[in-house]
Design a protein around this ligand. Structure first.
Ligand code: SF4
Ligand code: SF4
Length: 341
């Protein structure tokens, strides 16, 4: 990198980034809606399952070209030198098919992982990607469909989506995080693979300082701490919002407002009017702040995982006639579902 080409501010920001950005970002395959790995595979071994969007490698078809290893910008495909096949996260589909959360979600001691159904309009995907980086997060979100909208529900039923899936989409904590609260963001949206895993940017403890030997939380301007955040907003923007710092600032302010609001309710050492002003600035009501707190801090396992009942027989019927696929009528639809709203 040519440091001389940077402005003084940019140089300071860079050194700041090098000095302080140490945090752990747990990453698995994003099960992208526009997966580069699938597009790159010359053998047709990689595919995205129609019924739930999980991206898998058919081990029988994989010829070991490793085009997927090079294509995935997240580096989430691994080549097994013993078998000569590519491997990847399977979102623990055998667990999902038996109503259990994926293993790493279930076993996460920090309880940071949530899973749920998101409905999206596949026909709009090319259009939502053809926007400048700064607008990507907002643009991608417009492809997601509101599972409470009667028109979406009617069309989803016509498309063969089961009642169980619809119910799971309505209860989905992911829908709340991504669309209702707008707290969770896609990782490196600028890759334009439409990642379907979302991250809440980390809010580090920037809001306190030592004064007269005491730890003081009551900043004169509560949101001023963002400027001195241990992880610079610009760096977080390079990870979670394709460089748009405004998006990150809004999320962090919301998280701070919820934290201060809950502190004002429990510890009661903050001025109620100031906290009400903070909530107002980020367009949160006390009810919403409590809802976000409950989902982030004390959710039960049933709130964190809204898993639909999976019917493999329906999934097969949804993509081709059971007669052709399974050699017998059995269960499933005989007519393929129609796409589009
Ligand atoms: S993260 Fe990589 S391996 Fe996973 S679906 Fe996206 S492109 Fe494929
Ligand atoms: S535990 Fe399951 S969901 Fe998690 S990374 Fe491994 S395969 Fe993927």
């Amino acid at each position: 990198m040519n440091l001389d080409a940077l402005t003084e501010d940019e140089r300071n920001q860079l050194f700041e980034i090098e000095r302080v950005t140490m945090f752990y970002l747990p990453r698995i395959c994003n099960h992208c809606a526009n997966p580069a790995c699938v597009a790159a595979c010359p053998s047709g071994a990689l595919y995205k399952r129609g019924e739930d969007g999980i991206v898998l490698v058919n081990q029988d078809l994989c010829s070991g070209w490793r085009a997927c290893v090079a294509a995935c910008p997240y580096k989430k495909i691994y080549f097994n030198w013993k078998t000569g096949k590519s491997e990847k996260c399977v979102l623990c589909y055998p667990r999902l098919e038996t109503g259990q959360a994926p293993s790493c979600f279930h076993s996460c001691v920090g309880r940071i992982r949530y899973t749920g159904v998101l409905l999206y309009d596949a026909s709009r995907l090319p259009e939502v990607l053809r926007v400048p980086n700064q607008a990507l997060v907002e643009s991608q979100a417009t492809a997601l469909l509101n599972p409470h909208d009667p028109e979406v529900i009617t069309q989803a039923r016509a498309n063969g989506i089961s009642e169980g899936y619809l119910e799971a989409a309505q209860k989905s904590p992911v829908w709340k995080y991504v669309m209702e609260w707008k707290l969770a963001l896609p990782l490196h949206a600028e890759y334009r693979t439409l990642p379907m895993l979302y991250y809440v940017p980390p809010l580090l403890p920037t809001m306190g300082k030592m004064e007269d030997g005491k730890y003081n939380h009551a900043e004169s301007s509560f949101f001023s701490g963002l400027k001195q955040a241990r992880i610079p907003v610009k760096y977080l923007a390079s990870l979670f919002s394709a460089g748009n710092t405004q998006v990150i600032e809004t999320v962090l302010k919301k998280l701070m407002a919820v934290r201060y609001f809950m502190r004002s309710q429990t510890v009661k050492d903050l001025d109620a009017r100031t906290v009400a002003g903070m909530l107002e600035e980020v367009k949160l009501t006390p009810e919403l702040a409590r809802e976000i707190y409950a989902m982030t801090a004390i959710p039960t396992v049933y709130k964190r995982y809204a898993l639909p009942p999976m019917h493999r027989e329906e999934a097969i019927g949804a993509t081709c006639s059971p007669e052709t696929c399974k050699g017998g009528a059995g269960f499933g639809y005989s007519q393929p579902p129609k796409r589009g709203l």
